[in-house]
Design a protein around this ligand. Structure first.
Ligand code: TYM
Length: 354
């Protein structure tokens, strides 16, 4: 059975990259398969978070999910810390994942920086918790931006190693499902599915507006580098106006964007906001100067983002409503994860005495 899972960290400013690369793509999926969208507060604390700010940001991400069009009656929306199975499965996966696998994670190397001795153990183990998020629901499809690709490969490695290490036990207990892609190296019955990353469309990697070689990120010290979901009309227009570009007009063909990262990025943003391809955008704007394209882009961004920002403000003004959505979601999520963790513990051989 198919199931979608994805998550967003409640750490500071939600930006256009989070929206186009992830949240906006969650919305249509809720009609295609059972979907679970998580606010990953336990991931957030892998680096220091002010507690009151963490609470605020958790409600803000929830508001963004709702304002973007995720329907809490269809999809499950909840915050990670409220379903204990995430932490339980993460511990087991800490014992499945190898030090070598986690040492190769580029996000850890970037976030830990030079002072690795002082990084939290949680930051190192982060991808095992992410695998637990997904596999506590045996989710099959995970929509994310390009920066999460390596973490999803690790999730597949963890699922595969668990399925291999425990293959006899899984069979004995009758808990496996037939391997959809049988091969001599893999067992014929699996407990965890091998998850499908969904990284597609023109906005899998939105870049900084100040530097087309750096991704747009919550932690960039320059606010001009990103469009925040809560930016007002004037701010959006000003940021696009100041966005770095080269002096050439836009090309007519997609090949003309190669080696022009800033132009490529702005065209990708336009394409994603309007739901067309980059080639379509160039059909319309090829040959035009940025002095024409940037105002059109600002107008489009305001048209698409300002209703979301307004709805987010309404929702945040009523925290009791947000908390009720999260409570209902956590209960529904737990109802799925509990029996799966029960089976995982039996597979591992944990003696059940109460
Ligand atoms: P996070 O909170 O950093 O980002 C949330 C989502 O936004 C995407 N994203 C981008 N997409 C395009 N361009 C960008 N510049 C950009 N910046 C961020 C991210 O790829 C992500 O999809 N580890 C995850 C959260 C997580 C998770 C999970 C995701 C925890 N458990 C389980 C999927 C499944 C993270 O830090 O995302």
């Amino acid at each position: 059975p198919k199931r979608v899972f994805s998550g967003v960290q409640p750490t500071g400013n939600l930006h256009l990259g989070n929206y186009l690369g992830a949240i906006s793509r969650f919305v249509p999926l809720q009609d295609e398969m059972p979907s679970i969208y998580c606010v990953v507060d336990m991931h957030a604390i892998t680096v220091w978070q002010d507690p009151a700010e963490l609470t605020r940001a958790t409600r803000e991400v929830t508001a963004a999910y709702l304002a973007a069009g995720i329907d809490p009656k269809k999809a499950i929306i909840f915050n990670q810390s409220q379903v204990k199975e995430h932490a339980e499965l993460a511990w087991i996966f800490n014992c499945v994942a190898r030090m070598g696998w986690l040492s190769r994670m580029t996000q850890f190397k970037e976030k830990a920086g030079k002072n690795r001795e002082n990084a939290s153990v949680g930051l190192f183990a982060y991808p095992a918790l992410m695998a637990a998020d997904i596999l506590a629901y045996r989710a099959t499809h995970v929509p994310v931006g390009d920066d999460q690709k390596q973490h999803l490969e690790l999730t597949r490695d963890i699922a595969q190693k668990f399925n291999n290490d425990f293959q006899d036990r899984i069979k004995e207990l009758g808990l496996g499902v037939p391997n959809p892609e049988p091969s001599p190296e893999t067992p014929d019955e699996l407990f965890f599915p091998v998850t499908e990353p969904m990284i597609a469309g023109p906005a899998t990697r939105i870049m900084s507006l100040r530097d087309g070689t750096k991704k747009m990120s919550k932690s960039d010290p320059s606010d001009l580098s990103r469009i925040n979901l809560t930016d007002d009309t004037d701010t959006i227009a000003r940021k696009f106006k100041k966005a770095k570009t080269d002096p050439e007009p836009l090309p007519g063909e997609i090949e003309g964007l190669e080696a022009r990262p800033e132009a490529d990025n702005l065209v990708g943003i336009y394409a994603a906001l309007s739901g067309v391809t980059k080639a379509d955008v160039l059909k319309e704007y090829g040959g035009q100067q940025f002095s024409t394209f940037k105002p059109a882009l600002s107008e489009l961004a305001v048209e698409k983002l300002s209703p979301i920002a307004a709805e987010m403000r309404n929702l945040i003004a009523d925290p009791a409503h947000i908390d009720a959505v999260l409570k209902d979601g956590a209960e529904r999520a737990a109802a799925i994860a509990e029996p799966i963790l029960h089976d995982v513990k039996r597979i591992a051989g944990f003696l059940e005495c109460r």
